[in-house]
Design a protein around this ligand. Structure first.
Ligand SMILES: C[S@@+](CC[C@H](N)C(=O)[O-])C[C@H]1O[C@@H](n2cnc3c(N)ncnc32)[C@H](O)[C@@H]1O
Length: 259
């Protein structure tokens, strides 16, 4: 695969810090992400991303899973229903959504902190997940730092499952088609990954066996009409038509391992 990068203006380090602070304050005030997705998208659309992520998890009973940028823990709740004995950890820099997580009726270990400076010992987790988070870290250095820290915190046989917005589908989200402020929302920076640069960043951070597919291939208005059966159609596209899903999927899902 070619490694051509369409780069937009790179933010200098002080800008990255203030951008991070803007996002943190925005996430404190906005709806918790799980509530937001349920209000803004169809139930089925929401389900597809979670189903795809959980299918890629290789958890042992009682294993430890870390969700980076967990918000209100919609993923951890979903995992708990399928793996009730797993120990579930969440980290997010926004306190309010984490409070929602602590009130949910399942045990979890939430921490308020930065995903670029993980407060965990090396080799602590069997698996790590991050849904639509690293794309909001406002420089490549920060994104690589975060990925390296995840790799450090995984056990030798640990794995990471990550999703990001697919640049091939959503290049019109930012002015230069690659990175910048999301639409009119100056609080949210986004870097739009394509399969090539996502694979490159994961490898540079030390991950092996990187596999990438596109998920949420069907348009959500279409899914709303066909309801539950659309989930299976979407999973079929993801599983068997990888080249189509890399172009059509709204998000990219990467699975990789530490060793
Ligand atoms: C798009 S939301 C996704 C939330 C959650 N992963 C989900 O799918 O429900 C991004 C989340 O990442 C968190 N986040 C962004 N940058 C972060 C950072 N540097 N450290 C910790 N959390 C961060 C935000 O507070 C927000 O909750």
């Amino acid at each position: 695969m070619g490694l051509k990068r369409k780069r937009g203006p790179i933010l200098s380090i002080p800008d990255v810090k203030s951008q991070k602070d803007k996002e943190r304050r925005y996430r404190e005030q906005d709806l918790p992400f799980g509530v937001y997705t349920l209000q803004a998208k169809t139930k089925w659309w929401n389900e597809i991303e979670l189903q795809n992520v959980v299918r890629q998890l290789d958890l042992v009973d009682g294993g430890r899973l870390l969700d980076l940028g967990s918000s209100d823990g919609r993923l951890l709740e979903y995992v708990h229903k399928r793996f009730p004995r797993c120990r579930l950890y969440g980290i997010d820099f926004a306190m309010n959504p984490l409070k929602v997580l602590t009130e949910k009726p399942f045990p979890s270990f939430p921490v308020c902190g930065d995903v670029c400076e993980l407060p965990y010992k090396s080799e602590s987790f069997d698996g790590a997940v991050s849904i639509q988070v690293i794309q909001h870290l406002a420089s490549r250095e920060e994104r690589i730092r975060c990925l390296k820290d995840i790799c450090r915190s995984l056990k030798a046989k640990g794995h990471l499952v990550i999703t990001v917005i697919n640049q091939k589908k959503w290049s019109d989200l930012v002015k230069n088609g690659k990175e910048g402020l999301l639409g009119n929302n100056e609080n949210l920076y986004v870097y739009l990954y394509d399969p090539e640069d996502l694979s490159q960043d994961l490898s540079e951070a030390g991950f092996k066996n990187v596999k990438i597919v596109g998920i949420n291939n069907l348009h959500r208005n279409y899914l709303k009409r066909i309801k539950g059966s659309g989930v299976w159609l979407d999973l079929f596209l993801t599983r068997y038509l990888r080249s189509v899903s890399l172009q059509k999927g709204s998000y990219l899902l990467a699975r990789c391992t530490k060793q």
